[in-house]
Design a protein around this ligand. Structure first.
Ligand code: ADP
Length: 284
């Protein structure tokens, strides 16, 4: 059964729809990645899901509660790690957690227990009295996750959870995110790292100009667009041309008929190939 449900959701800024009749359902316990080029409408969608922006049209429910009409109930059931709602750098780890607990009207004893439990979970308990400014990038992100978990949410929204982090730190965060999923958390994340979506998520949706242009599991997407990809370098302008084939055998057969002088590569397709194929090779 759908736990997160968006029906024909539209959001306009200056009369221009940036999310355009979006239909999307996410099941309880599912991990879903929302992908898309810059400006596709990912953040706006997350803002609406987390009650920070109001849809102009359509309806969003989380666990049956309407995000506009039952915003307080929704806020109690969600944990949010957004780029913009970052931590207060001048305060300590404990103060940041304490403030969040108070915002959620958690009684003192429950608040203290939750702070300990969540900081222990992300391995930051020994940093309790450190000024947040002095934490590393990965620690700051772990603190944001600990804070988002304090009030026992059922859904977690993670907006680019590992952006700017080194590979080791990214993998540590992946372990935490995976563990949360194993505990039954429903998770929606946005990312620009295709590998992250491939590794973590059950399904992905690709948003472009406010519309979902593709959705499914990685295996469904690869079946649909082709399991094999041939990359040919154009001799004149050195540009790369990607060609999809249903199977590796068909890609091999195609290559046999190509002139051997061209630089070509044959490999299995991945999410990044499909993403670039669908959203175009435009640069920022
Ligand atoms: P993404 O997260 O996929 O990069 P956004 O949801 O941030 O995309 O933005 C989608 C579009 O909406 C962009 O063209 C952006 O400029 C515009 N937009 C976002 N927020 C506002 C706002 N508060 N006022 C006006 N335009 C906005």
């Amino acid at each position: 059964m759908a736990f997160i449900d968006l029906q024909a959701v539209t959001k306009r800024y200056n009369q221009v729809p940036v999310v355009n009749h979006l239909d999307l359902t996410i099941d309880r316990g599912e991990m879903f990645a929302l992908l898309g080029p810059n400006g596709a409408g990912k953040s706006t969608t997350i803002k609406m899901l987390t009650t920070l922006a109001v849809p102009d049209e359509g309806k969003i429910t989380i666990g049956g509660a309407d995000v506009v009409k039952q915003a307080q109930q929704v806020k109690r059931s969600i944990g949010v790690v957004l780029q913009q709602t970052s931590i207060d750098l001048d305060r300590t780890v404990w103060e940041n957690m304490e403030f969040h607990g108070r915002m959620h009207h958690m009684p003192q004893a429950e608040r203290q227990a939750a702070i300990e439990r969540c900081l222990d979970y992300v391995e930051l308990k020994d940093r309790l009295n450190d000024r947040t400014r002095n934490l590393s990038g990965g620690m700051k992100r772990r603190l944001q996750i600990a804070r988002a978990l304090m009030h026992n949410p059922q859904v977690l929204f993670l907006d680019e959870p590992t952006v700017g982090l080194d590979p080791q730190t990214r993998r540590r965060l992946w372990e935490i995110i995976r563990d949360l999923k194993q505990q039954g958390m429903t998770i929606l994340l946005t990312t620009h790292y295709m590998e992250e979506a491939e590794t973590l998520c059950d399904r992905v949706g690709i948003l472009d100009s406010g519309k979902l242009i593709e959705m499914g599991t990685l295996s469904e997407l690869r079946q649909k667009h082709g399991l094999a990809v041939v990359i040919v370098q154009n001799e004149e302008d050195q540009k790369l041309d990607y060609k999809f084939f249903p199977t590796m055998a068909e890609a091999h057969a195609y290559l046999e008929h190509q002139s051997s002088s061209k630089s070509v590569m044959l490999r299995e397709s991945n999410l990044e190939d499909i993403f670039v194929e669908l959203t175009g090779r435009k640069l920022d």
